[in-house]
Every structure is written in structure tokens, then in C-alpha cells.
Design a protein around this ligand. Structure first.
Ligand code: AMP
Length: 281
């Protein structure tokens, strides 16, 4: 696996990979890699000839008081994982390489960024859209893979790629979970043993709420029960639990089309997000 830290170098490496007409899949990450990330690399290898992964803890998508400084950085281990997963090139630029002095452009997507994490993390999706647009221009991938784990983010990227005419096919990849159902996340590393045990209430609550809604309970009642379950399990706050249209992310009051149940909640100091499909019978 090649490693590039400078823009000139990554462009040259991508040009070489493409020289024989090969296609490229991009897997953007912030590192601290787990099997969820590696499933994106595996899917990328199925759809394209070469996978380029990026590791960049993007400062502009973290808000004031969020965990930018403490975000886990494990580049050496990440490199070994990407290498064994068959990644061809790692793009791991410095902050200065991505945002040189004077950088003053930002991309803001409306609509799908409203509500959910858009409310609890103001500015977050502008940071995500901007860095992903830059990655698309840096690598010019044929495909880009994103996890359904960050469902609103996936919707934002799809919208941006369509709106700005990026020539890249966006592929969503299902969430990889621990044996008990907790979605893999780099932030799970923050959980104490006790918090980790109780964190499973999040996917449990989503599953029970989805089943209740499909079974005919009102969305509002099912969500009240889900919040109670999370508080009972020791979650300190619930940023949101909401049923949204699976495609447009518009709020859903009665289940008629494929929908998505999305949640964000804090256990101890750790904010966890998760979501599942809810489909009418
Ligand atoms: P991150 O490093 O958290 O920015 O995530 C990089 C990519 O991996 C994003 O597209 C995430 O949605 C995806 N991802 C994170 N966790 C999982 C998971 N448990 N299963 C599948 N994809 C994931």
C-alpha cells in the first residue's frame, strides 16, 4: 500500500493507478479503524479495481467543546489494517495540506441537514460536505463508499454530489455491529466497561420501537417508550429519536413508505448515534 501526505503526491499516485484504465473507489475515514471501515474497503474492492482510503480527522466538522482533540488517532495500526484489507493507497494529509492558510470556502447543503444531527451539531455537515467535496476533487474517484451508520451524512453526501455534478457514484454500506448489536464506532473506545454494557440499549430501543411502529403503535407513543428505555438504561441525554423518510429524511408521522428510525444519545460523556430501517408490512 502506498502512502501519500501531500496533494501533489496523491494526485500522481492516483494517476498511476488509473494509467491502465483502472477504476478507483474512495473510502473517506477519520481513522481509528474498525471492521465497519474495513467493510467499506471490502465493498470498494468489489466495485472498483483499486481502493483509496483517506484518514483525516477533519477539524471543521467538530463543534466547540466536541472531541476533536481527544479523537482517537491510531495511524500505525490503521495502516496495517488497510494494507491487509487490500487498500492500494492511503491519503493521510496534514491539517495544513487540506486547509492551507487563507482557506475560506465552505459548502452548505440545505434540506437534509435540517434536524437530527444538524440541530445537535451546528455546522457539522458544512464541515463534512466541504471536506468530502475536497476529497472528491483530490482523488476524482469513480465510486465513494459511506456507511449507513451515519445515515444523515450519507444523505447529505448524495445530495451534494447530485447538486454539484460530481462524477462519482455514492454507495451506502450497511452498518457493522458487535455481537450484542452495538454499532461499531471509533467513539466506542470512550466507553467504560459499565457504559459499554448499557450502550446496547440504543440498538435494542431502536429495534423495539421499529417493531412497535410496524405493529401499528403510533410513532409518537413508540418514541416516548424508546426514550424512557434509554434513560432507564443510564443514558444521560437523548438528542433525538425520530422517524424520517428513508430517502428525503422528511419527518414521518405514519408509516406508509420505507422509513428510517434515527437516534443520538449520550451515555456518560460519549455521544452515540444509530439508525435502522422501518418498512411498512
Ligand atoms: P468515520 O471514521 O467515523 O468518519 O467513518 C468513516 C466511514 O465509515 C463513514 O462512511 C462511516 O459511516 C463508516 N462507518 C463507521 N462506522 C461504521 C459501521 N459500524 N459500519 C459501517 N460503516 C461504518
Amino acid at each position: 500500500m502506498q502512502l501519500a501526505r501531500r496533494l501533489m503526491a496523491v494526485r500522481e499516485a492516483v494517476r498511476d493507478l488509473r494509467a491502465d484504465g483502472s477504476t478507483i473507489a474512495l473510502v473517506p475515514t477519520m481513522g481509528a479503524l474498525h471492521y465497519g471501515h474495513l467493510s467499506l474497503v471490502a465493498r470498494g474492492r468489489e466495485v472498483a479495481d483499486h481502493v483509496v482510503a483517506s484518514i483525516f480527522v477533519n477539524p471543521t466538522q467538530f463543534g466547540e467543546g466536541e472531541d476533536f482533540d481527544s479523537y482517537p488517532r491510531t495511524e500505525e495500526a490503521d495502516r496495517a489494517k488497510l494494507e491487509s484489507a487490500g487498500c492500494a493507497l492511503l491519503w493521510a494529509p496534514s491539517r495544513e495540506e487540506v486547509y492551507p492558510a487563507g482557506h475560506s470556502t465552505s459548502i452548505s447543503v440545505s434540506g437534509v441537514t435540517e434536524g437530527l444531527c444538524g440541530d445537535s451539531r451546528p455546522g457539522h455537515f458544512d464541515g463534512v460536505a466541504t471536506v468530502v467535496a475536497k476529497l472528491f476533487n483530490q482523488i476524482l474517484p469513480d465510486y465513494a463508499l459511506f456507511g449507513e451508520k451515519d445515515y444523515q451524512q450519507l444523505a447529505v453526501i448524495r445530495r451534494m454530489a447530485r447538486d454539484l455534478d460530481f462524477q462519482v457514484e455514492i454507495i451506502g454500506v450497511p452498518t457493522i455491529r458487535e455481537a450484542d448489536g452495538l454499532a461499531l464506532s471509533s467513539r466506542n473506545a470512550y466507553l467504560s466497561d459499565d457504559e459499554r454494557k448499557h450502550a446496547v440499549a440504543l440498538p435494542d430501543a431502536l429495534g423495539e420501537t421499529a417493531a412497535a411502529i410496524v405493529g401499528g403503535e403510533t410513532v409518537a407513543d413508540a418514541i416516548i417508550a424508546a426514550k424512557a428505555k434509554l434513560f432507564e438504561a443510564g443514558f444521560a441525554t437523548v438528542d433525538y429519536i425520530e422517524l424520517r423518510d428513508a430517502e428525503t429524511l422528511a419527518p414521518v408521522e405514519t408509516l406508509e413508505r420505507p422509513a428510517r428510525l434515527l437516534a443520538a444519545a449520550r451515555i456518560g460523556k460519549t455521544r452515540l448515534i444509530d439508525n435502522i430501517a422501518v418498512e411498512p408490512r
